[in-house]
Design a binder for this molecule. Structure first.
Ligand SMILES: Cc1cc2nc3c(=O)[nH]c(=O)nc-3n(C[C@H](O)[C@H](O)[C@H](O)COP(=O)(O)OP(=O)(O)OC[C@H]3O[C@@H](n4cnc5c(N)ncnc54)[C@H](O)[C@@H]3O)c2cc1C
Ligand code: SF4
Length: 492
């Protein structure tokens, strides 16, 4: 039997339980040297790998080396590999397979297989997440009553996604469970300090480690979410509160993407919690939709959309990311929403979906930043960022760089949406209703500036017709364009 080489995002027991032979796990320093990651992301990944190596004991050869090549040279005999999660890693495995025997096995860590997705695609035109999700519900039986969805409805969006509760600065649900750091974390911190002193570059604050590094910690975090926050998940899923960065979100993306949690187990446990505890169906469905719907859909699209998808730039956005944004310099911006979001990201390496999409991503889109640079930045800055999940989310969902394959219209808005869905605007020096002048909101002005630049490219999209008609009615468009041309990518 060959040595099964497990990657740093294949760390749960479901990647090794069926294999009695030896295991190989590689910690490559070159990966950290090549790009500037958030310090907490580097910490989490190293901590999780080292914890796994300790758990596996004699079963694993744990190699800490500069490169994968160096590590592979230390192991003899055939290798066995479960399909890695990035195109670059797949290419690397293929190159190794030209030199020695490598048994390639299908990917794990997703509820649906690539073959199932392929069959679903069939001769379909548009690949809608909603259709894929319903199909996955039928096939897995999750939240199903025979052939019908439990509760008689597939979708509870109409009752979810409320603005934040008025007059409250927090959602009032218990704060998430946090792991306690141990001697492995201490060692990781020492190593990162030493490498940093030696020239390796990071951004973001150091610790405390907030995300699980072992399957046991991940199970505890999941239990805590199911018990204390799942019931409130749906209602305020899209709302943002400055003083409550976590709200009722699950924080399971990092342990899921490290392979510490099995998504099939996560959705089954959510259903169990609903059946046992009479939780709100809208919340449970909303959560299952994220894991069984969005996560799986994005995973399959990463492969389905091909190699060139990552460099798509259909809106021809050419500006580089400015340093203040790239460095998470929250203090550089007066705009309360941007400054707060960058500060949260600097502090935790995580913000929830709406700040990612409607604040950070929307700002990048409005300012015309290069989609490849935006993808790379998101990948490095977020604890849960991996190539497969960042490429579709940033290129497709957030930057509309694919011309509308993944999202039918660009996700961007003026300040009015942010004023409704967040509590930032009250404390901001800008006014979300103003588009021109000293206190013009950079999102409101940025929205029209973006539409004006993209008028021709978006003209054929019927979902943009109303917005473009609004643009034509603006009396002060010339002044707005001059103002935003001047502001460009400077911190607002
Ligand atoms: C620009 C942008 C970048 C993103 N980058 C990542 C990323 O690098 N890694 C990542 O896991 N998610 C990413 N997402 C999706 C989503 O924002 C995060 O999964 C979520 O915020 C993580 O927090 P949570 O675990 O509390 O999620 P919850 O809100 O509790 O949702 C539950 C789970 O659903 C899954 N999920 C929901 N939406 C998506 C999605 N669009 N794509 C994939 N999984 C999804 C995640 O596994 C998540 O843990 C990105 C979204 C945007 C708009
Ligand atoms: S006014 Fe504009 S810049 Fe200020 S917080 Fe609101 S949306 Fe953000």
């Amino acid at each position: 039997m060959g040595t099964r080489w497990i990657f740093g995002d294949q760390l749960g027991p479901h990647f090794t339980d069926d294999h009695d032979g030896p295991l190989l796990l590689v910690e490559s320093r070159a990966v950290l040297r090549r790009r500037r990651f958030h310090r907490q992301k580097a910490h989490l990944v190293l901590s999780a790998m080292r914890h796994r190596a300790r758990e596996l004991g004699d079963r694993v050869t744990f190699v800490q080396a500069e490169t994968y090549r160096e590590a592979l040279d230390r192991v003899e005999g055939p290798l066995e590999v479960l399909q890695p999660t990035s195109r670059a890693a797949v290419r690397f495995v293929e190159a190794v397979a030209e030199e020695r025997e490598v048994v390639k096995l299908p990917a794990r860590g997703y509820v649906t297989s690539r073959e199932e997705f392929g069959r679903w695609v069939g001769g379909r035109g548009r690949l809608l997440m909603e259709d894929y999700y319903r199909d996955a519900r039928r096939r897995t039986g999750i939240l199903m009553d025979g052939d019908e969805p439990v509760g008689g409805r597939w979708n509870f969006d109409a009752v979810n996604r409320e603005p934040p509760p008025r007059g409250s600065t927090t959602l009032g649900v218990p704060e998430p469970w946090w792991p306690e750091e141990d001697d492995v974390d201490e060692e990781v911190r020492r190593d990162l300090d030493a490498w940093q002193a030696d020239g390796m570059r990071f951004h973001g604050d150091d610790g405390p480690r907030r995300f699980p590094a072992t399957s046991r910690e991940a199970d505890t975090a999941l239990d805590d979410f199911l018990e204390n926050r799942l019931d409130a998940f749906g209602t305020y899923e899209d709302a943002v509160l400055a003083a409550d960065p976590w709200m009722a979100h699950s924080l399971v993306s990092a342990p899921l993407n490290l392979g510490l949690l099995d998504p099939a187990v996560v959705v089954a446990r959510a259903e169990e919690a609903w059946r046992a505890d009479d939780l709100r169906l809208a919340s449970v469905e909303g959560f299952v939709r994220q894991v069984l719907g969005w996560r799986e859909y994005v995973w399959h699209l990463y492969w389905h959309l091909g190699e060139d998808y990552r460099t798509a730039n259909k809106l021809n956005q050419r500006r580089s990311l400015p340093d203040w944004f790239a460095d998470l310099d929250a203090d550089a911006a007066d705009a309360a929403c941007l400054s707060h979001t960058l500060a949260d990201l600097r502090a935790h390496g995580w913000v929830h979906h709406i700040p990612r999409l409607m604040i950070l991503g929307s700002y990048a889109l409005q300012r015309g930043w290069k989609p490849t640079e935006v993808t790379d930045w998101f990948h490095r800055a977020f604890v849960d960022g991996y190539d497969w999940v960042m490429v579709p989310n940033v290129i497709g969902m957030s930057q509309h760089a694919d011309g509308g394959v993944l999202a039918t219209k660009p996700y961007t808005s003026g300040g009015a949406y942010l004023d409704k869905m967040t509590d930032y605007c009250g404390g901001c020096r800008f006014d979300p209703r103003k588009r021109v002048g000293e206190d013009a909101c950079p999102f409101t002005a940025g929205y029209w500036w973006f539409l004006d630049r993209q008028r021709e490219r978006l003209g054929g999209n019927h979902r943009m017709r109303q917005a473009l008609a609004g643009l034509d009615r603006l009396q002060d468009l010339d002044a707005l364009v001059a103002q935003e041309d001047q502001r460009g990518s400077r911190a607002p």
